[in-house]
Design a protein around this ligand. Sequence first.
Ligand SMILES: Cc1ncc(COP(=O)(O)O)c(C=O)c1O
Length: 401
Amino acid sequence: MPFSGRFSALAERLDGKPSGVWAVHDRACALQAAGEEVYLLSVGDPDLPTLPSTIDHAVESLREGRTHYAPGSGERNLREVIAAIEERSAGRPCSPDDIIVFPGATNAIYGVMSCLLDAGDEVIVAEPMYVGYRGIFAALGAKVVPVALEVSNGFFLNLERLSAAITDRTRVVFINTPGNPAGNMIPADQLRALADLCLRRDIWLASDEVYSMITFEDRHVSLRTAAERLENVIVIDGLSKSHAMTGWRLGWVVTHQELIEHLLHFSSATIFGCSQFVQDAAAFALQNDEEYMAEVRSEYKERRDFVCDRIASTPLLDCATPDAGMFVMVDVSGLNTDGMRFAENLLEEQRVSVLPGEGFGRSTRDYVRLSLAQPLSCLEESMNRIERFVIARGVDAAGAS
Ligand SMILES: Cc1ncc(COP(=O)(O)O)c(C=O)c1O
C-alpha cells in the first residue's frame, strides 16, 4: 500500500506558489551558472565584507570553546550591549531583559507574529512591503491588510489612510522603517502619532528596522525613540544588512517583558538558542563599528547617488532618491510597460537582473527595484546596459506610434 500520510495545513500554507517576481532572478542565476556574464541587481545580500576583526573575534570565541547551548533569550553580554545602544539612541532606559536574540530578523518577526496573531486576525502592513513578510503571515493564516504608501509622494505613509484600515479584527500594525524596497524613513512625529493611535485601539505596533544603520542625510529615528509610551511597541533589528552579516543569522527584538516571556517560550520550542560564538562576534561588532559603519554609509551613499544620477539622465525612467537602505525603486511606466515585462526583457536583452516591483505590492507594479549591494563598477556597467535597453525601447515605441 502506498504511504498516504498527510501534511499539516501549516505546511500547505507555507508552500505558497513561489512569487513570479523571483522567476527573473532565478533565470538570471541559471544563466550565470551556465557561464554567461549577468549583472545581478535583484538581491539585497551586501557585497561588502564582514568586518575582519569581527571574524577574528568569532574564531577566537570558537577556539575558547564557545560552542555550547546559549541562554534562550540570548547571551547576557550581547543583550547588555544592545540595551546600552538602545538607551543612548532612544534616551530612555532599556534593560537587557527587554531584549531577546534570534537567528536573524526573519525568525524574530515570525516569533513576534506567532505570539500576537491567530488565524483570521488582521495585520495592517504598509505597502510596498518586503517580500519576505508574506510567507510569515501566510503560515499563521493572518489576513494582510495592505495600506499603500503614497508612491508619488516619496513613499509617504498616510496615517489617515492607515487609520481607516483598522477594524475590530486588527491585532497588529507592522511597519518597516527605513523601508525595503523604497528606502523611505517614517518621520518621528508620524511614528509617535501612530504608536498613540495603536495604543488607544489596543493594537500592537511592530517596526522592522533592519536598515536602521544604513541612512544617508538624516539619522534613523526608531519607533522606540519616537513613541511616547512603549506598552504596545515592538522593534526588530539585526546585523544582516548593516554589518554585512547575512550568513551569520543574528537579529533581536526589543519590547516589554511580558511579550519577551512569550517570545522565550516560542524560541525554546523552535530554535533553542543562538550560537554562542556568533553572539560573541555580534557583541564585538556592535562595540567596534563606528569607523566601519561610517564607511558602509558612505559607500552606499556613493552608489545611490551614482544610480539616481544615471536614472535622472536616462530618458523615460524616473526614481525617488531613497533616504536609506540598499535599494532604488525605478518607475518604468514612461516606457509603456510594467515592472515585470521590463525586468524580463532587460534580462533577455542586456543580461541585467532587477526585481519587478509587483513583488512588493500592487502599488509598485510599474516599478523595478535595483539593489545597491554590488560594487560601483558593476553598477556602472549595469546602468550602461539599462540605458541602452531604454533607448532602444524608447525608439521602438516612438517608431510604432
Ligand atoms: C525589511 C527586511 N526585514 C528583514 C530582512 C531579513 O533579515 P534577516 O537576514 O536578519 O533575517 C530583510 C532582508 O532582506 C529585509 O529587507
